[in-house]
Design a protein around this ligand. Structure first.
Ligand SMILES: [Zn+2]
Length: 299
């Protein structure tokens, strides 16, 4: 239980704070910046706010993807009012983490909430929804694919298997050739794998590769936390990076090294230009990933 609580607090504090071991932020004005991706698609970011929020304007209302840390739902609503008079009618959450779903509870109870079915089961375990009479809880789920709307308003949701969690949705706006990939795509970083929510080191690269092959016609990518959009080709490089990591890790473990011993030898292969050698200590750093892999290989 304690582990779950600590994990929840870390998630709420956000990956950046966890990486740099900063003290918790003192409450202050909650400032969101807007990046315009297209006339009808924006990304909201802000220091301490949590995951990137996409704002998609459609004919009959606004769909957002991810709702940030606790206390950031209202700032999202306020910022959207500067962009459009239309109401927010739908939230899509890419996965269950507190820095992506907590703001849900501040939206009107009528808002539709759509997630992958495993993410709904994970959200049902979270205190924030219990404390808010289930406001913001997922109302509709999909297993592998769901399409919402059509034409300029179309949104395609996909699930390709376990990775960051066991319910990572990829959200595609086909008319804009743009996708929000949540935390499954970690840019040029070693991704986090949340074993408590069904994440997988063993299947991570497969999942990203399946998504990269299975989704067509995307050029621009919004991910969970990075400051800029990236490209579809970057997603393929990230899949290769994860494949190389798991191949190396399986070899090291099969040679009889312990997770701790092997972890000391991990180096980012030189061909991955710009990839960070820093690895978040959340989920135990490289050794934690190797332990998770070891458990998965025994199954
Ligand atoms: Zn996450």
């Amino acid at each position: 239980m304690r582990r779950v609580i600590v994990l929840g607090v870390l998630m709420a504090a956000g990956i950046t704070a966890a990486l740099t071991a900063q003290p918790p932020q003192t409450p202050g004005p909650k400032v969101l910046e807007v990046e315009k991706v297209a006339d009808n698609l924006f990304v909201l970011r802000g220091a301490g706010s949590g995951g990137n929020t996409a704002v998609f304007l459609t004919a009959d209302g606004v769909t957002i993807v991810d709702a940030k840390n606790p206390g950031w739902g209202q700032p999202i609503l306020d910022k959207i009012k500067e962009l459009t008079p239309k109401p927010v009618t739908r939230i899509i959450n890419t996965h269950t983490h507190g820095d992506h779903v907590s703001g849900n509870v501040e939206f009107p109870a009528t808002v539709d909430v759509v997630v992958q079915e495993n993410t709904k089961a994970n959200m049902e375990k979270m205190d924030i929804f219990k404390q808010n009479n289930n406001r913001g809880m997922a109302k509709r789920t999909f297993k592998d694919k769901m399409t919402i709307g059509k034409g300029a308003d179309q949104i395609d949701l996909y699930y390709f298997g376990p990775g960051h969690t066991n319910g990572d949705a990829w959200v595609v706006f086909p008319a804009l050739r743009t996708a929000h990939l949540g935390d499954l795509f970690a840019g040029k970083n070693m991704p986090l794998v949340d074993g408590n929510n069904g994440g997988s080191v063993l299947h991570y690269a497969d999942t990203v590769n399946k998504a990269h092959r299975g989704i067509k016609n995307v050029d621009t990518v919004i991910n969970g936390h990075s400051n800029t959009t990236t490209t579809w080709a970057d997603v393929k490089t990230f899949a290769d990076f994860n494949q190389d990591f798991v191949t190396w890790a399986q070899g090291a473990l099969k040679s009889g090294k312990s997770a701790e011993e092997a972890a000391k030898e991990w180096k980012v292969p030189e061909k991955y230009t710009g990839y960070s050698s820093q690895v978040s200590n959340m989920f135990g750093g490289i050794a934690g990933r190797l332990q998770r892999l070891q458990e998965e290989m025994k199954r």
